[in-house]
Design a protein around this ligand. Structure first.
Ligand code: TXA
Ligand code: MG
Length: 345
């Protein structure tokens, strides 16, 4: 199959809708990462998404809604009635935007989307191309990140092509994703709101909106919850080149968000040190992270060393992705980096 890449236009939109209505898949930009989209209410299409991605069928998908109106989604059998008041509040406040809500599923959602769970993940993305596509198609698109399973999420069309060339007919090119890491996933099905995957919308902002505490699932404090979000594997966003988290700053540089492309044969000289966020903003670090990891991978160094992440509202999200991507930690000892493999249970 020839994979075409088209900038959004009236013609590209028509073509995308035709492909989707025909049951095939289209990769499209969102503000977080590119999605691999297909009609979310059609079982065969959803199965095709899992197949193309090489994703285990036990890892449920997000439905991208054509509007922020949860009442409309409930009438369409996407989410169950009654809609949790917290869901309404959060949709009002954060949609369109990088927040995914887990609520009880409606009767129209195929079991393939939710991997058999009685809950469904929904979000209304803010990228203008995603909105145009969703509005035109007028129904939910199931869309995981447009990478092959276990690999880094793509944040521009060329990265999608690298992942899925020949496997899908069309990639809508909407430029680089402004946000750069996947949406915050928040479960509203338990006693308290629970963050299953940290993202740019922090626990603190959600908590201030709902005026209740928001718990964060972390693999260390709630190992039993892995079944509640089957996709949250310890290793997930890994580059091929092993990545190590430095236990102390790389050098006494002023600038945060550094990383080194490292080969043990070479001294980690300052020319090997690169800056993830030249403006020192955590949002820029997030925006650049996956692109840089892809580049670092292509450079065929033997390791990527990442500076400790400074504190900011983005810290949980950045740490989450980097820890999942990591092979271990790097400690500066006796004038060189010692690489310590991560123990996973
Ligand atoms: O930013 C994003 O969320 C991107 C863009 C394309 O929207 N999508 C994305 O999808 O990251 P994906 O499939 O790569 O990640 C979805 C996450 C998985 O960790 C999955 O386990 C979780 O959401 N999830 C989906 N449905 C769920 C459910 N019913 N209960 C718990 N977790 C769920
Ligand atoms: Mg993904």
């Amino acid at each position: 199959m020839k994979t075409r890449v088209l900038r959004m236009s009236d013609a590209a939109l028509r073509e995308a809708c035709q492909i989707l209505r025909g049951g095939d898949l289209v990769a499209f930009p969102t503000e977080t990462v590119y999605g691999l989209g297909g009609l979310g209410l059609r079982s065969e299409t959803v199965q095709k998404i899992f197949h193309v991605k090489g994703r285990p069928s036990t890892d449920p998908l997000i439905l991208h809604l054509p509007s922020s109106d949860l009442g409309f989604a409930a009438r369409g059998g996407i989410v169950a009635e009654p809609i949790p008041p917290f869901a309404r509040l959060l949709a009002q406040k954060f949609w369109p935007g990088p927040l995914t809500l887990i609520v009880r599923k409606g009767h129209q959602v195929p079991v393939e989307v939710t991997s058999g769970l009685d809950t469904v993940a929904v979000r209304f993305p803010s990228h203008p191309d995603a909105q145009r596509l969703l509005k035109e198609i007028g129904q939910p698109l199931a869309a995981p990140s447009a990478n092959r399973f276990g690999r880094i999420s793509p944040t521009d069309a060329s990265a999608v092509l690298q992942e899925l060339d020949g496997k899908i007919p069309l990639i809508l090119d909407g430029g680089s994703c402004s946000n750069g890491i996947e949406s915050t996933v928040l479960s509203l099905t338990g006693a308290n709101p629970l963050i299953l995957r940290p993202g740019s919308i922090s626990a603190d902002r959600i908590s201030r909106t709902l005026k209740v505490p928001v718990a964060t699932r972390s693999s260390s404090n709630t190992p039993d919850l892995s079944a509640a979000s089957p996709g949250m594997l310890a290793h997930h966003y890994a580059p091929q080149t092993p990545l190590y988290l430095c236990t102390s700053p790389i050098q006494n540089f002023e600038s945060p968000y550094q990383y080194i492309l490292y080969s043990p044969q070479q001294k980690p000289t300052s020319s090997r040190i690169q800056i993830l966020a030249p403006d020192r903003q955590p949002s820029t670090a997030a925006q650049n992270l996956y692109r840089v990891l892809r580049q670092a991978d292509a450079a065929e160094d033997s390791a990527i060393l990442i500076d400790p992440i400074p504190d900011s509202p983005w810290t949980p999200a950045l740490k989450d992705r980097l820890t999942r991507a990591s092979a271990g930690t790097a400690e500066w000892r006796e004038g060189k980096w010692s690489l310590l493999p991560r123990i996973t249970g």
